[in-house]
Each structure stands twice: as C-alpha cells, then as structure tokens.
Ligand binder design. Structure first.
Ligand code: AMP
Length: 596
C-alpha cells in the first residue's frame, strides 16, 4: 500500500492479457532505466542531407517517404456535420503552399506567425506550413478578447496572423493601429470585399491556394525556435514560453509511450490548439506517430462527442477533467447501446482528475481514464499513467522514460533538495529534456527563477508515494485553472482597473465542481462611485469585452478595502482564505509569495 493513496479508491490492476493490443511501453520500469533520448531520435528521419530536425518534416513530409502519403492525417468534422479528410500527402502539399505564401510575403525564419481561429483545417495547415518555413508559431485561443490578443501579438512580434473574417472584425480590426508590426492578416473563408481592401489583408484562397505545393524546408538546427506559447504567471504580463524544433523528440516519445499511439490508431484530442495541449497533442505528436486524428470543430456536447467516438471508431482519446465531469453529470444512460468497441485507451490532462472520474470511465466506457501531467513550459507530457501501469485513482502517474522528477523543498542553504515519499513539496524536474522551454521571451530573470541548479521548479505542489506515483496537491502560486485554461490574475485585475470606477482589484479562483475553479474578482471603488447591481453588471460586461469569455471573471464582489502586504501588493491568498472560510494562519504577515 502506498503512503499517499487514499484507501477509498482501490488500485486498478492492469492485466496484460486483457489489453486490446500490446502497449508500446510494455515495461515502464525497465524503459526508465534503458531509455536514451537518442532512441527517440532514431525513430525520426531528420531533414534530408543532414539539414537538421524540423517538427513539420517529422510530422508530415516524412510519412510520404515511407509510403504513408495516402493515410488520412486529419479527419475534420465541421459544426454542421460536413467532413473533410486530409491525407498526409495532401497535408504535405497544403502546408508547403502556406510556407510558399509566407515566403511570397517576405516572411520566414524567426518571424512571428500567429493563428487565431477555431478548429478549421486551415489552422492545421498554417501551423505546419509556418513550421516548415521556420517561422515562430503562436496559437491564440479564439475565445480570447481583444486585450489578451493585443498583448500577445505585441510581445511575440506578430508579423502575420491567420484568422476568420468574423474574428477579425470582432476582435482584431480595432487593434491594427496598436500593432504596426502586424503587416499581414490572412482571412480564412468568405470575406467581405471591404475587409479584403484593408491594408495587408489577404484572402486565404487568393494568397495560399495558388502557391506551388512543393517546398524545401530550410536547414533547421534542432535548437531553432519553433513555437511561442503564452502562459500565465501570478504577476506581470503573460509569459512567452519559447520552444525549439528539438521538442519533436519528446512529442515522438510521449505520443508513443504516454498516449500509446500506433500508426493505425484513430485518435481524438479534444483540446483546442489555442492552448499547448491542442498543439503538442492535437497536431504534432499524433502526426509524428502517423495516426489519423479526428478534429471536431464544435464545442463540447456529450451526445456529439459520443457520436464521434462511436462513428469514427476512435481508439485513443485524450481529453480533460472538465469535460469528463460534464459527462459524468449526465450519467451513463446516453451511452446505452453504443458500440465503443474500438476505444482502447483514454487519457486526461490539464487539471486534477478526481478519482471518481477515473473510476467512472470504467463504468461508462469500460476503461479507466489515465491522468497525466505537464505544463506549457515542459513542452510535452512528463508524468503519466501509461497503459501497462496499475492506476492509483487520483495519482498523475509516474515520470516517463527520459524524465526524472522529484518533490523538493528549500533547505537552510537556500537550495532545493528532494524529500522522501509522502511529504508535500514542489514538483521539480531534472534538466534537460528536448521539449523544455528555452526561455521566457525577453524575461531572462523570470526564466532564471524557475531553476535551482539542475532542477526546474514547476510551481506545482505535489507528493510522491513509495511506489513512485505522483499526487497533485495544488499550485504554489496564484494562477487560476478554469476549465483547463490557465488564467493569470494580474491580467484580469489590469483589465478591471482600466474601468473608471475601479480603484483596485484582486482576482482569485473559487473551487467549482465542474470546471475546477471559476474566476472571482474583488473590487474596491474610487471615491464618488457607489457599489450597485448595475455597476456590478457593467464591470462584468467591461471585463468580458476586454478579456473574452475564457478569461473574464464570472462574479465580482465589492469591498471597501482589499488586504495588502506592507509593500502594497494585494494578498490574493488572504482574499481566498477568507472567501472559503479557511484558516488565515500567518498569511496576513506574509508577502504574497510571487513565483515566476
Ligand atoms: P498549462 O501550462 O496551461 O498546460 O497548465 C499547466 C498546469 O496545469 C500545471 O502546472 C498544473 O498546475 C495543471 N495540471 C496539468 N495537468 C495536471 C494534472 N494531471 N493534475 C493536476 N494539475 C494539472
């Protein structure tokens, strides 16, 4: 019995004779000892002529050379049920056309190419094409409001953005003056002629479709920048986690080991490519592993999702706790009579997966959900419940081959040191590994703060048990996870204090049964303003308009004063403790411990 496993949730013992197919990682323990990153490199081709390692080559073009061009890479299912299959050969041609389009605009290596759109085929083509051109790609979540979009485009020096006419008009058009470096906007779908007459605005069809469908990927040293993913910290602006092409080794390893992808799988990652999971595991890893990925444009709806699982014969499914909890609420009845016999492996990521949900998977789908852990900075899955490992419901699993994890605490010498099983501390990972971020954009000091010697400090609190399973305890900082999306309280506070009535704002996450946490703001008003229902509504509307639905607070409470440290920082921890009726302890005397 492990020290940390709650007795209430019995171990799910894996019986190798019952696997629908032998897992890629048959013996995780042995692989942890034997695995070298050079093994993952040997599964890939590298660019022809030893010209380096490019993610898009490994994800797409390589398959053509192995006779797999006709295999379906993406099976897109549109909101109104329309379908489009893109084979690996077609995806290679389409992404090459996009790389040529970038070149025709004078864009290439190192230039910032952003995408802001829902799950449309062009999103996948653009991201892969930009990687082929060695541009630096940033996905933006389509539910962001203008403020998060502008901040990220400014910080990441966006030169071109691919979006839809609707999103352009609603969110981007008014920002063009503020973003003088954003020279090109590529609109996917039918755009009104007036929009296309605006400076630098192009129709996808006119710009991309007529380009040559061959493209020679320029030499790509493995350390070349590939993706810039924005994530949130406790303070200041969002952090731009800089990734490189070498990360593809980790995508290959984790796709194969953590998600158990075999090249004949039908795979479905429900995450939106506006976030890192939807990019690393909705685009790169599955393509590198040569599977067919189902892409569903529509937002969550249990009946639609079950239809997709059944009709598409999905074999590997990667989803998230919020969605699982929403399905649980409906019970197993909507699943009655469905043929889900193709389903072989189910995994979850992004927020704590309650043990109930792991177990419910068995009741509903005949399989447990396999939780795994990683974050934007790590670039790929680090800790996972892999198929061959027993599950201790509530645990995130064990470190993958090539990854060394520990729970650390800071000692009197000022440095972190691993602690033993059963003791809470910060989850740390031993550097390096290929998909680790190489920096925070223009913020060397913030980046340096993430490390102590060889340890990368994740900002998560966890513990390990005596079998080596990791258990999530909480965040060490104030960031909020709502429906799997990481939200920086500072970004929300900044938008609120732009309102003329607001003197100060403190933003926290309040526990929520379905989405994990919901964003709540506490606001102190400027003299001359009175708290009222109407002002509350106005502030909620203001925040929603500026930040978008994904980031804005769901509720606002007025306070005469907000608790502050001696240096004047708002003590979110104290706000939270008071809100939740938790002991305040010595919180009131602490400087709010600002992490990265
Ligand atoms: P992001 O960078 O947006 O992917 O968020 C990463 C953070 O999400 C981690 O640092 C954790 O706080 C949380 N997270 C990710 N996976 C899990 C998991 N399996 N269990 C608990 N928390 C998780």
């Amino acid at each position: 019995m492990s020290t940390a496993a709650p007795a209430r949730w019995p171990r799910i013992v894996k019986d190798p004779t019952a696997f629908k197919r032998p897992p890629n990682l048959a013996d995780p323990q042995a692989a942890r000892e034997r695995f070298r990153w050079s093994d993952a490199r040997s599964w890939l081709d590298g660019l022809p002529g030893g010209a380096g390692l490019n993610i898009a080559h490994e994800a797409v073009d390589r398959h053509l050379q192995h006779g797999r061009g006709a295999r379906i890479a993406l099976r897109w299912i549109g909101k109104t049920g329309e379908r489009r299959d893109l084979g690996y050969a077609e995806l290679a041609a389409a992404s090459s056309r996009f790389a040529n389009a970038l070149a025709s605009l004078g864009l290439g290596a190192g230039d910032g190419v952003f995408v802001l759109m829902g799950r449309l085929p062009e999103l996948y083509v653009a991201m892969l094409g930009a990687l082929k051109a060695r541009a630096v790609v940033t996905p933006l979540f389509s539910a962001f409001g203008p403020e998060p979009i502008a901040t990220r485009c400014e910080m990441g020096d966006a030169r071109l953005i691919v979006t839809t006419p609707e999103l352009y008009q609603r969110k981007l058009r008014a920002l063009r003056e503020r973003l003088p470096r954003l020279a090109h906007v590529v609109l996917v779908g039918d755009a009104p002629p007036a929009l296309l007459a605006e400076p630098g605005v192009h129709a996808w069809a006119a710009l991309v479709d007529a380009q040559p469908d061959t493209w020679t990927i320029p030499a790509t040293p493995p350390e070349s920048p590939s993706l810039l993913h924005f994530t949130s910290g406790t303070t200041g602006r969002p952090k731009g986690a800089q990734h490189v092409h070498e990360a593809v080794l980790a995508h290959a390893m984790t796709g194969r080991y953590a998600l158990d992808l075999h090249d004949d799988d039908i795979y479905w990652c429900t995450a939106d490519p506006g976030w890192v999971t939807g990019t690393s595991y909705g685009i790169i890893a599955p393509l590198v592993c040569g599977v067919t990925s189902v892409v569903v444009e529509a937002e969550f709806d249990a009946a639609t999702w079950y239809d997709v699982l059944e009709r598409e014969r999905v074999s590997v499914w990667y989803t998230a706790p919020t969605a699982i909890r929403m399905m649980m609420r409906l019970g197993t009845e909507p699943l009655a009579g469905r043929d889900l016999s193709a389903l072989r492996f189910m995994a979850s990521v992004g927020e704590p997966l309650n043990p109930e949900a792991v177990v419910w998977g068995r009741e509903a789908f005949g399989l447990p959900f396999h939780d795994n852990w990683w974050q934007t900075e790590t670039g790929g899955i680090m800790i996972a419940n892999v198929p061959a490992l027993d599950i201790l419901p509530g645990s995130m699993g064990q470190p993958l081959p090539g990854i060394t994890a520990a729970i650390v605490q800071r000692g009197t010498d000022g440095h972190v040191h691993p602690v033993g099983p059963g003791i809470d501390g910060e989850l740390a990972l031993k550097t390096p590994w290929p998909s680790m971020m190489r920096g925070y954009l223009n913020e060397q000091a913030r980046y340096a703060k993430c490390f102590d010697g060889e340890w990368y400090l994740t900002g998560d609190l966890a513990r390990v048990d005596d079998e080596g399973y990791y258990w999530f305890v909480g965040r060490a900082d104030d960031v909020i996870k709502s429906a799997g999306h990481l939200i920086g309280p500072f970004e929300v506070e900044s938008a609120l204090i732009e309102h003329p009535a607001v003197a100060e704002a403190g933003v926290i996450g309040i526990p929520d049964e379905t989405v994990g946490e919901v964003v709540k703001a506490f606001v102190a008003l400027k003299p001359g303003f009175e708290a009222s229902e109407a002002l509350n509504r106005e502030l909620l509307g203001h925040a929603r308009k500026r930040l978008g639905a994904a980031v804005a607070p769901k509720s606002i409470e007025f306070r005469t004063n907000l608790p502050k440290t001696r240096s004047g920082k708002i003590m979110r921890r104290l706000l939270k403790a008071r809100e939740l009726g938790l002991p305040e302890g010595d919180l009131s005397t602490l400087e709010s411990d600002e992490k990265k």
